[in-house]
Design a protein around this ligand. Sequence first.
Ligand SMILES: Nc1ncnc2c1ncn2[C@@H]1O[C@H](COP(=O)(O)O)[C@@H](O)[C@H]1OP(=O)(O)O
Ligand SMILES: [Mg+2]
Length: 363
Amino acid sequence: RVARHVQATLVPIQDRVIKEDKSPVTVADFASQAVVAYYLKRHFAADRIVGEEDAAAVRERPDLAKRVVDAIRHAMVGEPAAAAATDDEGRTRLFSALIVLTTDHSSTMQWLGLIDHASTAARGPISATERFWTLDPIDGTKGFLRRQQYAVCLALLDAQQTVQVGVLACPNMPFPSLTSSPTATTGSLAWAVRGHGAWHAPLADTDPLSATPLTVAPRTSATLTVIESYESAHANHALSQRVQARLAVPTSVVRMDSQAKYLAVARGDAHVYLRVVGDVHYREKIWDHAAGALIVHEAGAAAVDVTGRALEFPREGVMSRNVGVVATVREDGLLEKVVKAVQGDEDFARYAATVPSGASPKM
Ligand SMILES: Nc1ncnc2c1ncn2[C@@H]1O[C@H](COP(=O)(O)O)[C@@H](O)[C@H]1OP(=O)(O)O
Ligand SMILES: [Mg+2]
């Protein structure tokens, strides 16, 4: 809700900050992180969260802080109406809403504090004995700014750093597929619990019983649909083209921002997600992959890195032992074939040289 509101009222220059790594961050990123942190804190007070953002830039800009808190307030105001305050839960929500509606300085500071509640940059490292969440409040910020695809991504990892729960909310993904009629619902929600499958529902639908199991169907077309980043700075499109040529099957390409690409594979919109980063030294972050990787896995697809190694999700946030991602639908030998095609590329040695050797590839 908060992201949709900001997208509808976005003032691109004012509502944006350019981070040190030159990537953009918007009012929606901060507001979304605050709202998710608010609910996680309420329900799982002791749990730590590795969120992408922290509030430092917002604290320096009162105009931005106001926009962030306005966006949060707008998104949360519907809350008490939804829960007629007839029971404990309803009363709690009404009370929360009163806090939300308070516009004073201390309430602004509380919201900025919630952004930092979900930040290891603000709160320090997480101990090796704790489970933790990872949150990308707006994944695909560039897609968000173009009014295309983006996703709110949340995953729960155990102390062994294994993803146990993954959730992707994709407000601009047509439901149930990319080829749904233009009048179909826009907005898709997917989630997975390790060992219990993946699920799919329209984002607007709050009835969990209306969700359907998400299971990758076998490919029926002769053409392989390959999905990759829209941004050429995030993906080496030329290398991807060469890899596709080496697959010896006709391919078509869909370019899309965010972890919505994992959902596209999990529900059969695409057969292969290929992420060969443009910069060989770039390392993926856990909040950009944890939720999507579990969803494709539980839907019956598979995801590894471009060297064929299993994806790892360190609590420190940086996936230092992985480079890129390959996810494919379940089909005999397809994952291996794509990994081999990447490894056969003239440029691949440069990528492989940047990851530690010695660990045996796990498919
Ligand atoms: N050089 C890079 N190579 C690959 N991914 C990148 C690079 N720089 C940033 N990213 C991350 O890619 C993600 C989006 O991927 P996609 O283009 O597939 O949607 C973002 O989370 C973005 O991080 P950030 O959020 O810091 O911008
Ligand atoms: Mg991201």
